[in-house]
Design a protein around this ligand. Structure first.
Ligand code: AMP
Ligand code: GLY
Length: 426
């Protein structure tokens, strides 16, 4: 089978690495890819992930049997529908189904309509309506841009005044562009946050192992939000009873609800949840693997990823046995100095050849220079991940290997999966 993988982050490098382990995969192309995927697949650097026509053309040129879509943007733009119209099999949610991530307002309506536990709230396009609702709300809420905002659209307000200002900035001043013209106002939940995932083929739902993500840029959860600075799979407190509640009360009802809405859900269903004293509640749904969660969940997959993705894309997921290892996995993101704000790129990355053989280095913002050396080209540069018998062991190995890798102005968090972060033993 020839596969074209769309995307160029560490999530896509991880998917490519896993697909390479499949005897079913012949050609593997990545559009656009990065310096990491260049080693194990053929990059199409000119074909960007949002270039729908370029991707369709590449599938013809390279006799592609399956397209696998990594990031949300091409999904929300309708890449999978465009490919289906050309008779090309694709793994990923349709435009209609991706609305679940593309509109937090729709996500909340779905939860309300199908009794899925979620952060209580409502959505508004009118500033005045939003302000009236806020005045009646019994607490200082979280205000969110409804549309895609690269993980930066949720504002945890500290005062009512801040909430009012945030609404003004989003609806009136267009601070988040079109994404913020509709705002979601919701209760602030406290508890333990977890990212859960399931494969879904429209009907069958197969949960994956979960992961915790570290969104803030600095140790101790300080500083601004990022795309994710590290993650681990999985916390000790994620027990069988919680997994069962999440499957039966959140993941399955969401897929059934989407079917009832006429938006059959095929692809990865990703729930961003808060596990509260009243049980798990949905903060958001996404329509793809998480990044950096994929870097710590897919290494635990024992089954053939190509088999699974093909089965999802062809509505035969019930025929596939999906097995996970009990090992722990920890991934630490190495980022460019300045990220998530302004940063420079083009710095040579040294020491990639010195990491231990079974440590996992997944590239994100990297490219090859004229001499074939690897240089930085983005904010999040690499995820260094490791499997281990325990979180402790996996964390030790990930941090041991990070020491070998250097680039100018690199920074990373020191506390990924650290016991102080609630990772171990709780
Ligand atoms: P989102 O853009 O919805 O993923 O939100 C980004 C982050 O903000 C989440 O990972 C949470 O840590 C936090 N957050 C979002 N919504 C809420 C909420 N209702 N209550 C508490 N924290 C939240
Ligand atoms: N790690 C957060 C995300 O992928 O959206």
């Amino acid at each position: 089978m020839n596969i074209l993988l769309v995307g160029g982050g560490a999530r896509e490098h991880t998917i490519a690495w896993k697909l390479r382990q499949s005897p079913r995969v012949d050609e593997l192309l990545v559009a656009p890819g990065n310096a990491g995927t260049a080693r194990i697949a053929r990059n199409l650097p000119q074909t960007k992930a949002n270039d729908l026509e370029g991707i369709v053309q590449a599938t013809r040129e390279h006799k592609i049997d399956l397209v696998v879509v990594g990031p949300e943007e091409p999904l929300v733009l309708g890449l999978v529908d465009r490919l289906a119209a050309e008779g090309i099999t694709a793994f990923g949610s349709s435009k209609a189904a991706s609305h679940l991530e593309g509109s937090k307002a729709f996500c909340k309506e779905l939860c309300q309509r199908y009794g899925i536990p979620h952060a209580r709230g409502a959505s508004f396009t009118s500033r005045d309506d939003a302000r009236s609702y806020l005045k009646e709300f019994d607490q200082v809420p979280v205000v969110k841009a409804s549309g895609l905002a690269a993980g930066k659209g949720a504002i945890i307000c500290e005062t009512q005044e801040e909430a009012l200002q945030t609404i003004d900035r989003m609806i009136n001043e267009g601070a988040f562009g079109e994404a913020g013209r509709t705002v979601v106002i919701e209760e602030r939940l406290s508890g333990r946050e977890i990212s859960v995932f399931a494969f879904a083929d429209g009907r069958t739902v197969v949960p994956m192992v979960p992961a915790c993500d570290y969104k803030r840029v600095f140790d101790g959860d300080e500083g601004p939000n990022t795309g994710g600075m590290g993650s681990f799979s999985q916390p000790a407190w994620y027990d069988a009873a919680l997994a069962e509640t999440i499957r039966t009360r959140i993941l399955e009802p969401a897929v059934r609800g989407m079917e009832a809405e006429g938006r059959p859900y095929r692809g990865v269903l990703y729930g961003g949840l808060m596990v509260t004293d009243d049980g798990p509640k949905v903060l958001e749904f996404n329509c793809r693997f998480g990044d950096p969660e994929a870097q710590v969940t897919l290494p635990r997959l024992k089954s053939d990823l190509a088999d699974i993705l093909w089965a999802v894309a062809t509505n035969s997921l019930h025929e596939v046995d999906v097995q996970w290892s009990d090992q722990a996995c920890v991934g630490v993101v190495m980022a460019s100095g300045g990220y998530p704000g302004e940063y420079d790129t083009g710095f040579p990355i040294a020491g990639l050849g010195r990491v231990e053989e079974d440590a996992l280095v997944f590239h994100a913002g990297t490219r090859l220079d004229e001499e074939g050396g690897v240089v930085t080209s983005g904010g999040r540069v690499l995820t260094v991940a490791a499997l281990g018998a325990s979180l402790n062991e996996a964390r030790g190995k990930a941090y041991r290997n990070i020491q070998h890798i250097h680039f100018s102005r690199c920074h990373y968090r020191r506390d990924i999966a650290a016991p102080s972060q609630g990772a171990v033993g709780e």
